[in-house]
Design a protein around this ligand. Structure first.
Ligand SMILES: NC(=O)c1ccc[n+]([C@@H]2O[C@H](COP(=O)([O-])OP(=O)(O)OC[C@H]3O[C@@H](n4cnc5c(N)ncnc54)[C@H](OP(=O)(O)O)[C@@H]3O)[C@@H](O)[C@H]2O)c1
Length: 402
């Protein structure tokens, strides 16, 4: 993503100058202790991670362009001879040693510093032929590059195992990077891992303080608003993995393909049946920023459901949406005292779900239901959170809510 700068010529008119340096993205796999290598090799065998690495670093939106991968001399040497240079990519090898020579010249260039590599890629002919620049390791190179100002995004394979390493990288600086995408976990060779992408949302931690003291919308900083154009440098598969994007794509699909229906308010509805969105709550919460969400109200309402309270006034104290006042046989009763009278003799569904998740994780009936047909006619509105089913797999909880 080389950005054009603007300077003035002798007549004072503006002329566009190519940026002297390319920005870049990092791709790396690391353990929780940020270990990345041992004895000059990768200390794990994870075929899907290698496939992910290949897809990310090879994919371009322009078929005539390719990407560049920048690596340290030792990482170059760790690639089996028959597999290097990495095909379909320009291999840029960093070395300070004048005597280091790479026999095969095609698709490989050597640079004496990170700066000179990024300058080279910003200049002709590479500014035209190279679409994205990825820094791929190893430890020495990433200690310099990982949180550097030129780093736009970090694609990190998070390995959830304490594998012995002798090469380490620094942790991601969360004062300037935010999670963009997190995959569901995979298990290969008894190792559990997931793919996570962090994007730079601020140039520095100082800017973070300014944003936090700045304008807030519904409790969210304006700086945290979802502006997809700013992140168009991301590979398509990552760009479209953002939770907000899934929601926007579904809305678009309903607008284009939905069928018209009447509704109880007479407004009219566009509807599509049986669509699904999957969200991963391990790194982030899918709170929408492209429409207003009263976050404090959402949290209070949820706490109210699970507290077992049927007193709508408690929510009205924080949420002035009069809709809530109309609740009668409400969620608190449904979740914690379902299908029973309300004298404390009922069945606590929530405790049952928690107990099964902990003690009977293979149970196929870990269910929370707020849908009691015999009470529907007594309710001001039928419950919208009507059913949730939990499943345990790969040490994660999967929740299905219609
Ligand atoms: N888990 C992962 O995703 C991942 C990715 C890549 C590598 N690795 C692992 O990481 C280990 C290798 O990492 P490492 O830290 O030992 O070495 P490295 O960073 O790959 O390479 C270090 C060498 O690169 C050159 N270099 C580094 N920074 C430079 C700079 N700013 N300017 C010019 N040259 C520079 C120097 O080469 P000269 O000595 O020739 O001057 C230096 O000795 C291996 O175990 C490898 O398997 C893991």
């Amino acid at each position: 993503m080389a950005v054009d700068g603007v300077t003035s010529d002798s007549n004072g008119s503006s002329i566009a100058q190519p940026d002297p340096q390319r920005t870049f993205q990092v791709v790396v796999a690391a353990t929780q202790k940020m270990g990345i290598g041992k004895d000059g090799k990768l200390p794990w065998k994870l075929p899907s991670d290698l496939k992910f690495f290949k897809e990310i670093t090879m994919g371009t939106s322009d078929p005539v362009k390719k990407n560049a991968v920048i690596m340290g001399r030792k990482t170059w040497e760790s690639i089996p001879v028959e597999k290097r240079p990495l095909p379909g990519r320009l291999n840029v090898v960093l070395t300070r040693s004048g005597s280091f020579d790479i026999a095969t010249a095609e698709n490989v260039v050597m640079c004496g510093s990170m700066c000179s590599a990024l300058e080279l890629l910003a200049a002709s002919p590479y500014c035209l032929s190279i679409e994205r620049v990825y820094v791929i390791g190893g430890g020495q190179v990433l200690r310099e590059a990982l949180n550097a100002p030129g780093c736009d995004a970090i694609h990190i394979t998070e390995i959830e195992a304490d594998i012995e390493c002798d090469t380490f990288i620094p942790p991601v600086d969360f004062s300037v990077f935010h999670p963009w995408y997190s995959s569901f976990p995979l298990v290969e060779n008894d190792t559990r891992y997931s793919f996570v992408t962090h994007v730079r949302v601020r140039s520095s931690a100082t800017e973070k303080d300014a944003a936090e003291n700045g304008t807030m919308i519904d409790g969210n900083s304006v700086a945290d608003k979802f502006e997809i154009e700013k992140f168009s440098f991301l590979p398509k598969m990552i760009l479209e993995g953002h939770d907000e994007y899934k929601y926007l794509k579904l809305v678009q699909d309903i607008i284009i393909d939905g069928f018209k229906k009447d509704d109880r308010t007479g407004t009219g509805t566009l509807s599509k049946f049986g669509c699904q969105m999957r969200f991963n709550l391990r790194k982030s919460f899918p709170l929408l920023t492209t429409k207003r969400v009263f976050w404090r109200g959402v949290v209070e309402e949820l706490l109210w459901f699970i507290s077992g309270s049927t007193n709508a006034k408690r929510v009205l104290a924080v949420d002035h949406d009069s809709r809530l006042a109309a609740f009668n046989l409400v969620f608190g009763f449904r979740y914690t005292d379902m299908h029973a009278d309300y004298t404390g003799q009922g069945f606590d569904q929530l405790m049952d779900v928690i107990d099964k998740i902990k003690n009977k994780p293979s149970d196929r009936r870990i269910i929370l239901s707020a849908w009691n047909p015999s009470d529907l006619k007594l309710m001001a509105l039928p419950p919208c959170h009507m059913f949730a089913q939990e499943q345990m797999a790969n040490l994660s909880i999967y929740s299905n809510e219609p």
